[in-house]
Design a protein around this ligand. Structure first.
Ligand code: HQG
Length: 209
């Protein structure tokens, strides 16, 4: 992740100069602090709201003011602008804001009821994983494991980046999303580049080479 900047005319940006007017803006957060605080916010909204002092409703929403207060209580020198900047500029669209509320777009281990998304889903999706997991995946398919859903990617490169979190040489699986849809499985786009589903049975998986 890179530093977050703010342009008085056009708002937050995180690559080069302001994409609208070319101003170099003013830095509101360093890359290092951004990664650290973003991980806390993701964790609080996906995995440990209670420990973070947040209450999520059934659809995963919490008050933005509460998240701001809890984040500022934990991290010195993080102001409102920094937290809003993290939420608005997230490269994967990890966070959704609706009026005064915020939630994680995907990745939950706590149980939340996210509304059905209407975005079209590509015919082929991908999943990057560790080679060690393959025997079990061949047997049982892709399971959500500790999360609420299985997470899929729209491209081989994106799947490789996900798989790299688990192994230096990840395996990329190809998912026949069109056939899953035909057979009544629901796949939903979440954030900017993640697709989620309950389970991918082995019949829809091939090892990409
Ligand atoms: C594996 C990040 C054995 C699965 C990423 C994966 C993603 C099995 C691991 C999002 C299995 C779970 C989620 C089976 C699945 N037997 N292993 N039957 N079925 N697995 O981290 O998909 O950056 O919970 O292959 O980019 O890696 O946080 O899921 O390796 O979008 O926004 O069990 O998290 O997004 O690992 O990652 P994870 P994931 P953020």
């Amino acid at each position: 992740m890179s530093d977050i900047h703010y342009c008085d005319a056009d708002g937050y940006f995180d690559t080069g100069d302001c994409p609208v007017c070319g101003d170099d803006g003013r830095r509101v957060l360093s890359a290092r602090r951004r990664t650290q605080v973003s991980k806390f916010i993701s964790g609080a909204l996906r995995h440990f709201p209670d420990d973070a002092g947040l209450k999520l409703n059934d659809a995963g929403w919490t008050e933005l003011e509460s998240l701001l207060a809890r984040t500022q209580a934990k991290y010195d020198g993080i102001d409102r602008e920094a937290v809003i900047g993290i939420i608005r500029t997230d490269p994967k669209g990890r966070f959704e804001v609706d009026g005064g509320r915020v939630r994680a777009a995907y990745g939950h281990s706590v149980s939340v009821d996210l509304d059905a998304g209407g975005t079209p889903v590509p015919d082929t999706l991908y999943h990057g994983t560790a080679p060690d997991a393959l025997p079990s995946i061949r047997e049982a398919g892709l399971k959500p494991m500790s999360r609420q859903y299985v997470h899929l990617s729209g491209s081989v490169d994106a799947a490789r980046a996900v798989g790299n979190r688990h192994a230096a040489e990840p395996v990329i699986l190809r998912v026949d999303a069109a056939a899953m849809g035909d057979d009544g499985h629901t796949i939903t786009k979440r954030g900017k580049r993640v697709y989620t589903t309950d389970h991918v049975p082995p019949a829809y998986l091939t090892e990409n080479d």
